[in-house]
Design a protein around this ligand. Structure first.
Ligand code: CTP
Length: 415
């Protein structure tokens, strides 16, 4: 009855996992967000299993039957089996020891109770014993679920893992839960511990936020709790206006390869920072591609501001120069920036993106008597513009145009 919310495919996987656990004589549990959502009567989740025993062997044997794509994480004693529209995490029941605040924990094999005790909130620390069909709830998670409360399991929880501060905002807004009062005061005491979290973990948390439907609400909560200076330095609460939500949300765009979170980060700093350069303070361990987007935003700030003005329409050449050699994310930022301009369309950006093949190269220009220098530079820029707007289509067109223009260029050089 409890698992009636799971679909047929998920039920089959669980049946196979239970019969393997029986064969191998190990206990197996449905845990974490999956079981929390089952209890909340929600649908559409990935499966999260804990095995009291070696989960790596268990997952490998199970996958001989399931035939998914398996990925083993030796360090975490866990495995992930992925199918087209579903994934299954299999963990070894474990104890965790934090060597210093914000670090990843040291892991040892343990019991299901140890495993539940290492978790962030009581509502995530409930397990279903799949062999006996009984609920294991040592920390009162079901009661908190009914009262819609997020409560940590012990007083040092946020200190040990400050990413839980950010997770709390995510769950509070997604599930529409409140923070239990002691939990909230403990959280508020240690927001500065986010400084101890590694850059890559912080970045992952940001990506998870952006993947949520109510990401603006999450950022607003983090602002209310005073977390933003440690997480997104330079962002000010007043600018996190809920009405911006629809503009920032690029989810559903059919270009799957762009990093939606990066576009969102650029938009967030555009709107929410008094000084755009504060985006340089974000500690996310950016890749070179990500960094080049951020530098692009800062370097082109004044031109982008100008572009936003109602009475200004950039030429294709200006757009071409703006987007020259930049990652695709900059296109999406521009689309967002210019969303209110009716005369500006996706096609313009696409056209500006095309590689311009000039009908005359430097050598041709030399043959025509033009020496390297500022005039040649000006001719090449003008030639690009003519090609972009479709006025020059061939080498002959270009030579005719150049002969006509030559006097102008010579005069410009003289003056
Ligand atoms: N967890 C934790 N502390 C963390 C990260 C994870 O205690 N910093 C525990 C929680 O019990 C959580 C489980 O690990 O339920 C799995 O984590 P994750 O996959 O991040 O979250 P889900 O529970 O799957 O929740 P959701 O997918 O709904 O965000």
């Amino acid at each position: 009855m409890l698992l009636a919310k799971l679909n047929h495919e998920e039920n089959i996987i669980l049946q196979k996992a239970v019969s393997l656990a029986t064969q191998l004589g190990v206990n197996i549990y449905l845990v974490g967000g999956t079981f929390r959502d089952v209890l909340l009567n929600q649908t559409g989740f990935d499966l999260d299993l804990v095995v009291e025993g070696n989960a790596l062997n268990f997952a490998k044997i199970l996958n001989l039957d399931l035939l998914g794509v398996i990925k083993i994480h030796e360090n975490f004693l866990s495995a992930k089996i992925s199918f087209t529209n579903l994934s299954l995490d299999v963990h070894t029941a474990r104890k965790e020891v934090y060597q210093y605040y914000g670090a990843l924990p040291k892991i040892e094999q343990g019991s299901i109770i140890d495993d539940l005790y290492r978790r962030d909130f009581t509502v995530n620390a409930i397990a279903l014993d799949l062999k006996n069909n009984t609920i294991i709830d040592p920390f009162g998670g079901q009661k908190d679920l009914n009262n819609r409360l997020l409560r940590t399991l012990h007083k040092d929880s946020f200190k040990e893992d400050p990413t839980r501060i950010i997770r709390a905002a995510r769950y509070a807004s997604r599930l529409e839960f409140d923070l239990e009062s002691i939990t909230k005061s403990k959280l508020l005491e240690v927001v500065s511990y986010i400084d101890f979290v590694s850059a890559s973990r912080l970045k992952n948390e940001y990506i998870k936020i952006i993947n949520e439907d109510k990401h603006y609400k999450i950022l607003q909560l983090l602002n209310e709790w005073g977390v933003l200076p440690y997480f997104l330095p330079g962002i000010y609460g007043e600018s996190l206006n809920i009405t911006n939500e629809k503009h920032i949300n690029l989810k559903g765009s059919n270009n799957e390869r762009i990093s939606v979170w990066l576009v969102n980060l650029m938009v967030l700093y555009w709107q929410g920072a008094i000084n755009i350069k504060d985006i340089h303070k974000v500690r996310f361990n950016f890749t070179n591609k990500e960094l080049s987007c951020i530098e692009w935003l800062v370097e082109n700030y004044y031109f982008l501001k100008h572009l936003q003005k109602n009475d200004f329409k950039a030429s294709l050449l200006e757009l071409h120069q703006l987007l020259y050699n930049t990652p695709r994310e900059t296109d999406f930022f521009l689309l967002w920036l210019l969303r209110g301009k009716s005369n500006f369309y996706f096609q313009d950006i696409k056209n500006a993106r095309q590689k311009i093949k000039l009908p005359l190269n430097g050598r041709d220009l030399l043959k025509l008597g033009i020496k390297p220098g500022p005039v040649m530079g000006k001719i090449i820029t003008d030639l690009k513009r003519q090609v972009l707007v479709g006025k020059i289509n061939s080498k002959d067109d270009a030579v005719t145009w150049l002969k006509r223009m030559m006097n102008d260029y010579v005069n410009q050089l003289d003056s």
